[in-house]
Design a protein around this ligand. Structure first.
Ligand code: MN
Length: 352
């Protein structure tokens, strides 16, 4: 806790837990984090805790301490609360690059007047809805009042991050302070030294690749010979499981696990990949790491499988999948059941 906060607490009778960085449940204060993120383009991810998640804005130029400088802040998807302490490397897919915890701390509504977290949460939510948020940051780099104001003409997600006049106003460029508040490293140093690699997409990729390879070796040569020539299919419905009365065992049958996930068909035309749900909805954006991994295979095929989120024991959890929004929400996998079409041949009538 900074001395600023101790003073602040004494002044406003703020009930702060001794370990504000503990869990979501213990924290009496709202927290914020700003992550400097060197993805395809350098930007700062500005995140405010609200309702147990992190409301997030990508700020290309980073925050300013000068009230005359308005910084564009594009609202992006909510991130899970535990994302706020992440510093390291996102290996591939959306947002691939190095992440630094540039600043962090607690924050409160500008006119909190001792209101508790839940009340502030409610008012902040109204602010999100009305497009105007005023809050006070108690960070290590950023202090004092800031505003996030929704702008017109920048699409649905365009906001401006603005410093509000108070004693913390400064003309110095605060982004020149370029070290992490947790590791004291620069982005380059983090990139070179971190062992903290987020997500498991590299693992997923090699795992699925192996499955495809083994499938190719065992049965592909055979089925391609018998496959019927067919155009690249535009639409297909996956074959669903048939309900039987009792479990059975039969040598003529191959059994697969019934996964608790989303049945997904991947239409792969080299680097153009379309992930489709059972109802022909696109999963491309929703499960972007899977899409990216399949793009990298660079194959012409239609693949039937299931997108799942696995826990440490390899069990799939449907709830985790439903809530999955980014690498922070768990390890995402695409389990391949079948190849329906490959290099100009329809393989559906000739399954072996
Ligand atoms: Mn980012």
């Amino acid at each position: 806790m900074t001395t600023t906060l101790i003073k602040y607490k004494a002044k406003r009778n703020f009930k702060e837990s001794p370990e504000p960085t503990g869990g979501r449940a213990e924290g009496k204060n709202l927290r914020f984090v700003i992550q400097k993120h060197h993805a395809s383009q350098l930007h700062y991810d500005f995140r405010l805790e609200m309702d147990g998640v992190l409301k997030s804005w990508a700020v290309p130029k980073g925050p300013s301490t000068n009230p005359d400088v308005k910084r564009l802040a594009m609202m992006v998807e909510d991130h899970p609360y535990n994302y706020r302490s992440f510093e390291g490397i996102i290996p591939s897919g959306y947002g691939a690059g190095t992440v630094m915890v540039w600043d962090e701390g607690v924050y409160e509504l500008a006119d909190a007047n001792g209101k508790d977290k839940r009340t502030q949460d409610k008012e902040l939510n109204k602010g999100i809805y009305s497009g105007k948020l005023h809050f006070i940051l108690h960070g290590k780099k950023l202090k004092g009042e800031y505003a996030l104001v929704k702008t017109h003409g920048r699409g649905d997600n365009g906001w401006l991050l603005i410093k509000v006049k108070d004693k913390y106003v400064s003309n110095e460029d605060v982004t020149l302070k370029d070290k992490s508040v947790i590791s004291k490293k620069t982005l380059t140093q983090i990139q070179k030294t971190t062992t903290n690699i987020y997500g498991a997409k590299r693992v997923n990729e090699s795992r699925v690749k192996k499955e495809i390879e083994s499938e190719k070796k065992t049965s592909l040569v055979k089925i391609i010979k018998v496959g019927r020539r067919a155009k690249f299919p535009a639409k297909l419905s996956p074959m669903l499981a048939t309900l039987v009365d009792e479990p059975f065992d039969d040598e003529a049958w191959q059994f697969e696990i019934k996964w608790d996930g989303y049945r997904t068909i991947a239409f792969c035309n080299k680097s153009k990949v379309d992930l489709k749900s059972r109802n022909d909805k696109s999963f491309n954006e929703r499960f972007y790491p899977v899409c990216k991994a399949i793009q990298d295979w660079n194959i012409k095929a239609v693949i039937d499988g299931e997108v799942v989120v696995l826990d440490q024991n390899g069990k799939s959890h449907f709830g985790s999948l439903q809530n999955w929004r980014s690498e922070a929400d768990g390890e995402i996998y695409f389990y391949v059941f079948d190849i329906l079409w490959l290099n100009g041949k329809d393989l559906m009538q000739s399954r072996v």
